[in-house]
Ligand binder design. Sequence first.
Ligand code: PEP
Ligand code: MN
Length: 335
Amino acid sequence: MKMKSILFHTGATDYQIEAVRRSLMTVGAANVTTMSSGGRTIMLVDDPTGVIDIDEYLNAPGVETTLQADEKNRHVALAESSGIYDSGIEGLTIIAGPCGIETEEQVTTIFSRMATEGLRYVRAGAYKPRTSPHDYQGPGPDGLEMATEIARDYGLQIVSEVIDPRDVEFASRHIAMIQIGTRSMQNFALLKEAGRRGLPVLLKRGMSATIEEWIGAAEHVLAAGAETVIFCERGIRTFETSTRNTLDLLGAVALKERTKLRVIADPSHAAGRRSLVVPGALGAIAAGLDGLLLEVHHDPASARSDAAQALPLEDFSYLMQTIKNLREVLRLSVV
Ligand code: PEP
Ligand code: MN
């Protein structure tokens, strides 16, 4: 059953909520249900004939926002995103690092620059999902432990992809955020196992997934117990071959209309080559997304996976400065 919904401010009074409910019933709602979680109330409005313009309630006392969420995705509709996921630039979640963990020297050199740029979260893949079994598969658990120790020395925390549900328990003892890759977005056993750990989950969009399917995947993760979900648009499969994937920026913006959770972009995997990464990153920030996931390498030519799209460290620093300038020009919030 499709529902429209209204999210109330934390301080909304029972009287304000009841006034909205009554009004909805008089304009043709078949049913109105309220649910509360963490001091917030969401009202689900069953509008079978589609006559209600839910946005007319935006200015009603107590109302914070309206959402087009359906009852099935109540966790996604109700969940709060908090500022504690800021990293790199206030208000944004910027996560950067190598595609795959390779050597101690590689990890140290890259993490040290990420720390200088003020990041809190770094990416570093230990279990790599590769098209060919003959390509670099990542170092596995030993590499993850090594990278975690180096990260700790720099005051950084690791975001890393897990592919196999059996690795989730080990990985979650070392990392701060579990990454679910595009190829795993509908691996429901993995989603549940990741959610059960209680950690935040960085949920990439499946390369052929609709926004609705992506929301459904997040609902699985949140229902299983994840602290939060950060959605990551990483490009979808289209007929176009001049980029590795098509970065669906408006799809990501449309998702933001349906949830208060963070939605970030990964221009690296969309671009497939480094010359397009900075334009993609700036486009995402200008469009109002909440951050970026970026692949960087101190020596891109030697990277053992995704070398063509790796940003050199200098380019990453340039990008960080340009994002700050851009946000100032656009007055996009605190810079
Ligand atoms: C990655 O982030 O290294 C990765 C494999 O990404 P995706 O799942 O988007 O392909
Ligand atoms: Mn990669």
